[in-house]
Design a protein around this ligand. Structure first.
Ligand code: SF4
Length: 443
């Protein structure tokens, strides 16, 4: 079977036929660095497994766990494991995955998906966490409902410490895979990755193909950028480098070291206008600054990756047919692009998805006809002003008593979930602008 790295190389070669892309692809060289990384890991005594799809990754990890008779695995934070639905798969096979990142642990207890890529339980209050711990830790002898944050953290630490000791396999994600040394690099603020990496006899690293970077020097730059953009820290509290299995003379470390590298549709964007999305370092800054994310929260995005990067990534991973509403959930204010430390043109990428949705006729007919009508009117300013003036007067007259509409023809998509405010009188924006002496031409 052609490995993911070779498939990646094939896509790159095809794309290099396009002179516009030659420069950017030459800089990427991901195929080269992936194979370099594999060579280094193998030379260190580890194993690299190429997983073209999520299903392949789940199967590879389950086989590895079964090969050592694993009953429990200790996991450090890994968005890719969320992406491939690993926990449900392992549980169905009788293997218990334990999330050891505090936020991930809390949402695992509550059977909820993460609502943020670096703060998965940010949607919960302290009291909700206290109730969750009381419900799930009671059987372990913790019968008091805690009210202080430090006490909650101490209780979670106490419960998790035994889980680390019991685990047969440690599984963690990777912020970066360093081709130069064959190392996987993971940052945490809790140090949980260090325990899940060193205590169990087998370590599995699960990462996607775009995580590979050439050298440790590159990692030093990216680590600083990541911490500043993610949490405003100078650097994360813990940076863990894993470089192969335990060597003779080492005091601890896993006997087996496996790296599972997932493609899951990523190599297909190489050489397309969407390839910029592969630069993402999952810092979360775009969602922290997104007014839509701030208003609706991470769960409203319906899958693993929320916020602007989710609106770009999810249609690629699930198909635009499945996730076409996400690129439309944007005001295009541009804040995400301006705060992104690796300058991913997120609004532009969302616009590409909208174009593809339109080309494939995925938008409802009524919506397309409505857009065509709006486009016709908007290009005729006099007609636009007359029609919007009439509509404004009509809505203000009939909505005056209530101040809002609970149902409105042509706006049911809105009024099904919330009221539509009635205009307060005074005319349209154009009319008020003219009354206040505004000019119709730019200064
Ligand atoms: S798109 Fe940019 S800002 Fe958003 S998570 Fe990725 S690197 Fe961070």
């Amino acid at each position: 079977m052609e490995s993911t790295a070779r498939a990646f190389k094939h896509n790159a070669t095809e794309a290099l036929a396009d002179p516009n892309l030659q420069d950017s692809l030459a800089k990427l060289n991901l195929d080269f660095y992936l194979e370099e990384f594999e060579r280094k890991v193998v030379a260190l005594g580890g194993h690299v497994h190429w997983a073209p799809t999520a299903e392949d990754a789940r199967r590879i990890i389950a086989d590895l766990c079964r090969s050592v008779g694993a009953r429990t695995i200790a996991k450090s934070k890994s968005m890719v494991s969320e992406e491939i639905g690993l926990n449900d798969h392992l549980e169905a096979l009788g293997i218990v995955p334990i999330e050891t990142d505090l936020g991930e642990y809390i949402i695992q207890l509550r059977h909820e998906p993460p609502s943020h890529i670096i703060a998965p339980a940010v949607h919960l209050t302290k009291d909700q966490v206290a109730d969750t711990f009381l419900e799930h830790h009671r059987a372990l002898g913790f019968t008091k409902r805690l009210t202080e944050r430090n006490d909650l953290v101490a209780e979670a630490r106490h419960v998790l410490r035994q889980k680390f000791l019991d685990a047969d396999v440690g599984l963690n994600g990777a912020n970066f895979l360093v081709a130069e040394t064959g190392s996987s690099m993971l940052v945490t603020n809790e140090g949980n990755a260090d325990l899940s990496n060193t205590l169990p006899k087998m370590q599995i690293v699960l990462a996607s193909i775009e995580k590979v970077i050439p050298t440790l020097e590159d990692a030093a730059v990216l680590l600083r950028v990541l911490a500043r953009s993610a949490t405003g820290q100078e650097s994360s509290a813990y940076t863990t480098l894993n470089t192969g299995p335990r060597r003779p003379g080492d005091l601890d470390g896993p006997e087996q070291y496996h790296v599972v590298i997932l493609d899951n549709g990523r190599s297909a964007v190489l050489g397309t206008e969407m390839q910029d999305m592969l630069r993402c370092i999952r810092c979360g800054a775009c969602m922290n600054h997104c007014p839509v994310y701030g208003a609706i929260g991470g769960h409203a995005y319906g899958w693993v990756y929320p916020g602007p990067i989710g609106a770009v990534l999810t249609p690629q991973l699930l198909g635009v047919e499945e996730a076409s509403n996400l690129p439309n959930a944007s005001t295009f204010c541009g804040r995400c692009e301006s705060v992104c430390p690796v300058r991913i043109p997120l609004p532009g990428l969302m616009r590409h998805w909208r174009e593809r949705e339109f080309e494939r006729h995925l938008t409802p007919t009524a919506f397309r006809q409505g857009l065509a009508l709006w486009s016709f009117v908007a290009r005729r300013p006099k007609l636009y002003r007359r029609l919007t003036g009439w509509a404004n007067r009509l809505l203000a007259t009939f909505g005056r008593a209530d101040g809002r509409y609970r149902a409105l023809p042509l706006a049911t998509g809105w009024t099904r979930f919330r009221d539509f405010p009635a205009p307060q009188g005074g005319g349209t924006f154009h009319a008020q602008w003219s009354r206040h002496g505004g000019s119709r031409t730019r200064p």
